[in-house]
Design a protein around this ligand. Sequence first.
Ligand code: COA
Length: 159
Amino acid sequence: MTEKDLDEVVEVERQSFPTPWSKGLFAKELGIPFARAFVAQEKDSGKVVGYLCFWLVDGESHILNLAVHPRRRREGIGTRLLAFGLDYCRGQGVRQITLEVRRSNVKAMSLYRSFQFQPQGVRRKYYTDSGEDAVVMGLDLEKEKFPVIYEPPSQGSKG
Ligand SMILES: CC(C)(COP(=O)(O)OP(=O)(O)OC[C@H]1O[C@@H](n2cnc3c(N)ncnc32)[C@H](O)[C@@H]1OP(=O)(O)O)[C@@H](O)C(=O)NCCC(=O)NCCS
């Protein structure tokens, strides 16, 4: 993610969350040395269709933001973004990854579970907009016996 992506990132953000991050907040993230932010772009147009933001501190990572444009959901883009982020973290020697997710957000929880994230606890009334609880989910990369490595379907496959 770079400055030039931010207008499109914010467009996706506004359509994805009840209390969206502002453009300024994303810009601030880009300036934080331990923050990482990646976008998924359409091949032909280069348009931003999703993004992933996380922090890396002392061998731990915290996922702060993940979203896919509503028109492009359920196409595997969230899976590919998360798989990329996890690979990046493995490459950086990260041991633990955590995140918070709204208790009602079954889509996101199901995505995280597919990468073996486990619920670790609940932060009561964590979200100030709705008073909803957050479920804390974590993945211990050191204990991964069978890491979920995403392999995109091959073009020629009939399966
Ligand atoms: C969560 C989100 C990023 C998923 O992105 P996506 O590109 O649609 O995800 P994928 O197509 O890769 O789907 C991955 C898995 O997520 C789960 N999932 C995604 N959409 C779902 C839905 N509508 N219902 C149930 N499960 C769903 C499924 O397990 C799915 O795997 P499957 O298709 O093999 O069943 C997207 O729905 C989104 O942007 N939501 C709003 C923002 C948000 O909630 N972000 C997470 C904050 S913690």
